[in-house]
Design a protein around this ligand. Structure first.
Ligand SMILES: Cc1ncc(C[n+]2csc(CCOP(=O)(O)OP(=O)(O)O)c2C)c(N)n1
Length: 398
């Protein structure tokens, strides 16, 4: 099902830099919504624009196979990460993208290499989709020197400028003002990159969400805010925490264009993302809500007891990796033996990544503060754990 929103009256606000093209009419893609609105919204239903459908084409096979390989790599990587976490190879917290694979690969496939990505602590899949090799990625999870952030970021706080992944944030909503600031920097420079900023559904009730959307809309910033709606903020359901559970509708408060899409089909996500990113590149921020399941608990150690047995069983029918696997077979896009080979190759990559990470050294503690600031800051504290705050009068420590 596809919906077209009534076009948001576009602002006549003067831009901070050179004015950009007026926004095209709002086109929102909506497919297989998993929740229903409890309040009437200012939208009108029309027929589906052709571009929004995942139509069969000669390139569909190729696109689906590419997406499948990447989705499977994320899936097997995350399963290995879960195992490594229970083996104490990973410190801190560890949040997985299990169930969100189609949303991730569909979204990132529409970003250019130079576009910037901000995300939250549930980030491994995004790093893979942005092109980071699984070896340095696993090494980062293990806190090793060959990690993508030299082992100092870990699972939740990865940063890799080369791939324009600007984090990885553990504070819920912490990425939003920073991402909005990056979009402002792009605007000042007059370059044509876009910022994509993902978040969970629970993040939309944080003040920074509203502040960021407001300023992005006022200043026509090149940013796409993406809500990965997996239905739960830790153990709290969206319907319990949000007065308007159709989160995409919140954009209307900021006269921002928005859409909600089914996150189980990477082609549908890619098409919606293409529209959103195009809008943003023209200086029109966009809110995209992608509906996904979260197949496991909030983090690796969460047994998710707030879920009923029936719900857990039902979830199995919404696994995007299984859905795509079966689709490739039924459409005749891949044979069982071809899929077995993809599986074997993927497992090999993940095993190699684990070996690479395990053989990498732990960083020297003296480098702990080397990456705190981008440029040197006078008088920054370099006190290591266990060191005294002030040296004693006799020259030692106390
Ligand atoms: C400011 C802040 N408040 C609370 C927390 C604790 N916390 C960590 S994750 C989380 C739930 C966030 O859910 P959501 O935004 O839906 O993201 P998801 O975990 O589903 O990706 C909470 C409340 C936090 N890290 N930061």
């Amino acid at each position: 099902m596809v919906e077209k929103t009534s076009p948001a009256a576009k602002k006549s606000v003067a831009k901070k830099s050179a004015p950009k093209k007026a926004a095209p009419k709002a086109t929102a893609v909506k497919k297989a919504s998993a929740t229903s609105s409890t309040k009437p919204a200012a939208t009108k239903k029309t027929t589906a624009p052709k571009a929004a459908k995942a139509v069969k084409s000669p390139s569909e096979k190729e696109a689906l196979l590419t997406h499948y390989k990447e989705m499977l790599l994320i899936r097997r990587f995350e399963e290995r990460a879960a195992r490594s976490y229970t083996q104490a190879l990973i410190g801190g917290y560890c949040h997985l993208n299990l169930g969100e694979e189609a949303a991730i690969v569909g979204l990132i496939s529409e970003m250019k290499h130079d576009d910037y990505l901000f995300t939250n602590y549930r980030e491994h899949g995004y790093a893979i989709a942005k092109g980071i090799e699984v070896g340095p990625l696993m090494a980062e999870l293990y806190g090793r020197v060959d990690g993508v952030s030299k082992g100092w970021g870990g699972s939740m706080h990865m940063f890799d400028l080369t791939h324009r992944l600007l984090g990885g944030y553990g504070i819920v909503g912490g990425q939003l003002p920073l991402a909005t600031g990056a979009a402002l920097a792009i605007d000042y420079r007059g370059s044509d990159e876009v910022v994509v900023c993902t978040m969970g559904d629970g993040t939309t009730n944080i003040g920074a969400f509203h502040e960021s959307l407001n300023i992005a809309a006022l200043w026509n910033l090149p940013i796409v805010f993406v809500v990965i709606n997996n239905g739960l903020g830790m153990g709290t359901r969206v319907t319990k925490s949000s007065a308007e559970p159709e989160l995409w509708r919140r954009a209307s408060s900021y006269r921002m264009e928005a859409a909600r899409v089914d996150g189980s089909d990477p082609l549908v996500v890619a098409e919606a993302s293409r529209i959103a990113i195009e809008h943003a590149r023209e200086g029109n921020p966009y809110l995209l809500e992608i509906m996904t399941p979260r197949l496991r608990g909030h983090s690796v150690v969460d047994p998710a007891k707030y879920r009923s047995h029936e719900e857990v069983e039902e979830l199995k029918h919404h696994d995007p990796v299984t859905i795509l696997h079966d689709r490739l077979l039924s459409e005749g896009y891949a044979s069982a033996s071809e899929l077995h080979k993809i599986e074997a190759d993927t497992m090999k990559k993940v095993d190699t990544a684990h070996e690479f990470a395990s053989n990498s050294a732990h960083p020297d503690v003296s480098t702990l503060f080397d990456y705190t600031y981008a440029t040197p800051v006078p008088n920054d504290s370099r006190r290591l754990p266990g060191q005294a705050l002030f040296p004693s009068a006799k020259g030692g420590s106390r």
